[in-house]
Design a protein around this ligand. Structure first.
Ligand code: NAD
Length: 507
């Protein structure tokens, strides 16, 4: 069986530690195993990245931009291979995987502008004979720890800006779908980046702890679930590091009675069941305001049979499997428990449609043969306090909460501990404008269900969806991966000044 290794110092490195299984979620078959970094391998990766850091930080902006342009071309030219690796190990359908690569590519394109982004500030004659300028200096070695659900896009959220700013980078991808990170690293090498500037260290929690506690790692970018994000933030900052830690979500889509019902129902389907609900910006709660509830629930339920579930590499598939058997079973348990909590299960997708489980892939002995598929579930009359509302399910389960008024909808969203994304569907511009000001969520969509910001803005939730004060990528990414250095300078006057022991005052 193939063992997936690290990429350190510009080349593949076989690991010598424990291993973890990697599956094709569409068949349920174990396809490879990934090596999990030992303490010595973590130390080695940091040593290699540290050794490369000084030279890389002194590389001219023109050269860094040139390399970024080449990386842009290579990622663009390998979109198909990257998407195929995503589908094989994550399970998402090909169009979705290609979309992920395209959004990651945007971040590389943004970083191509690094000479402009790092132009700095200058105050000529700030005081008599004195000039002041601010430059953005790199931090050194930075680490990126990424979740399973975007094995290309989220690494590129970090990698592109981190190295363009003059840092060296160690990526610790999810152990569930590790292969795409190695192709990315190979493309970085082919673009001409020096050895050690980008490294991939495969591993689990122990590798993460090693990186977060290592004295030579200056900053940590983390994207994953809230409990781990909180832990990384606390551990990393205690060790004196700069940390940005993006966590989980429970995203609401508020539908006002005047909304275009068809558009809202389609958006709920797309944002709720796309990528089998395994997106941090997926809609998991539809908040139906007033009279819209009955027709909206009917419209969503009527569309569910149109969602074609199947292996991600089949062109007709719209929704693929979940990442693991354990995760599928956990998601299923929310639907199974919903009625007992007082909710109404309108569509029970806890068994995948029979057509999906191809007899050809049923393995001897049963088990998870046939892949980790679920159908789409719709659960109505959900309320806070029910597990199906309170937890981040991260699967194809849409909950509907019915409220009477706009104010109740806003209060519901604002009381939720997460604050990643939210959407409002309405035809009323005034209501939409009011909503933006009332709502305590980091990313807001107006008639846009998945408001993931473009690469030249920044991405970040509020509350339990982000720890620290730094959103990721875009201008905030540049700020995170650099620290300002302010230089106050005076050149000797033709006429030297007299001795003056007073505190320097601006004149
Ligand atoms: P996860 O938290 O289980 O894992 C994320 C990363 O942390 C992985 O690399 C994993 O190896 C590592 N890790 C896991 N447990 C750890 C521990 N105890 N100590 C140290 N490191 C540990 O998340 P996941 O299941 O891979 O991804 C899904 C989660 O990520 C969801 O909660 C989703 O909302 C969230 N997510 C958030 C965003 C965002 O931008 N806010 C984006 C994508 C995913």
């Amino acid at each position: 069986m193939e063992t997936i290794g690290h990429w350190i110092g510009g080349k593949p490195v076989t690991g010598g530690g424990r291993v973890s299984p990697v599956y094709n979620p569409a068949t349920g078959r174990r396809t490879a195993e990934v090596t999990l970094a030992t303490e010595a391998e973590v130390a080695d990766a940091v040593r290699v990245a540290s050794a490369a850091a000084t030279d890389w930080s002194r590389t001219s902006l023109a050269r860094r931009a040139g390399l970024m342009f080449r990386l842009r071309e290579l990622v663009s030219g390998h979109q198909s291979e990257l998407a195929a690796l995503i589908t094989r190990e994550h399970g998402k359908v090909r169009s979705d995987a290609l979309g992920e690569v395209a959004r990651g590519l945007e971040c590389v394109e943004f970083a191509c502008a690094i000479p402009t982004l790092l132009r700095g500030e200058y105050s000529a004659e700030a005081s008599r004979g004195i000039d002041v300028h601010t430059v953005a200096r790199p931090l050194g070695v930075v680490a990126g720890i990424t979740p399973f659900n975007f094995p290309v896009m989220v690494p590129l959220w970090m990698l592109a800006n981190a190295v363009a700013c003059g840092n060296t980078f160690i990526l610790k991808p999810s152990e569930k779908d590790p292969s795409a990170s190695l192709l990315l690293a190979e493309l970085v090498a082919r673009a001409g980046f020096p050895e050690g500037v980008v490294n991939v260290l495969q591993g689990d929690a122990s590798a993460v702890t090693g990186l977060v506690e290592h004295p030579d790692v200056a900053a940590v970018s983390f994207v994953g679930s809230t409990p781990v994000a909180r832990h990384i933030y606390e551990t990393g900052t205690r060790a004196g590091k700069r940390v940005q830690a993006l966590g989980g979500a429970k995203n609401h889509m508020v539908v006002l009675p005047d909304a275009d019902l068809g558009a809202a129902a389609n958006a709920a389907i797309n944002a709720g069941y796309g990528s089998a609900g395994e997106r941090c910006m997926a809609i998991s709660v539809v908040v139906a305001v007033g009279s819209v509830a009955d027709p909206l629930v009917d419209a969503i339920a009527a569309r569910i049979p149109d969602v074609v579930i199947g292996p991600g590499d089949q062109q007709t598939s719209m929704m693929g499997p979940l990442i693991t058997a354990e995760h599928r079973d956990r998601v299923r348990s929310y639907v199974a428990g919903a009625a007992g909590e007082g909710a109404t299960v309108v569509v029970d997708g806890s068994r995948p449609p029979a057509a999906v489980v191809a007899p050809a892939v049923v393995a001897p002995g049963g088990g998870d043969a046939g892949g980790f598929f679920l159908g789409c579930s719709l659960v109505d009359r959900v309320r806070p306090g029910m597990r199906v509302y309170d937890d981040e399910i991260f699967g194809p389960v849409l909950a509907v909460v019915r409220v009477d008024t706009y104010d109740e909808a806003v209060a519901l969203v604002n009381a939720n501990p997460y604050g990643n994304g939210v959407a409002l569907f309405t035809r009323d511009g005034g209501a939409a404008r009011q909503f933006q000001r009332d709502i305590q969520v980091g990313m807001v969509g107006i008639n846009v269900a998945i408001p993931v910001p473009v690469a030249w803005h920044s991405f970040g939730g509020w509350k339990a969806s982000l720890f620290g004060d730094s959103p990721i990528y875009g201008p905030e990414g540049i700020r995170f991966y650099t620290r300002p250095q302010v230089v106050t300078s005076r050149w000797p006057d033709p006429t030297p000044e007299a001795i003056d022991l007073g505190f320097p005052m601006n004149r």
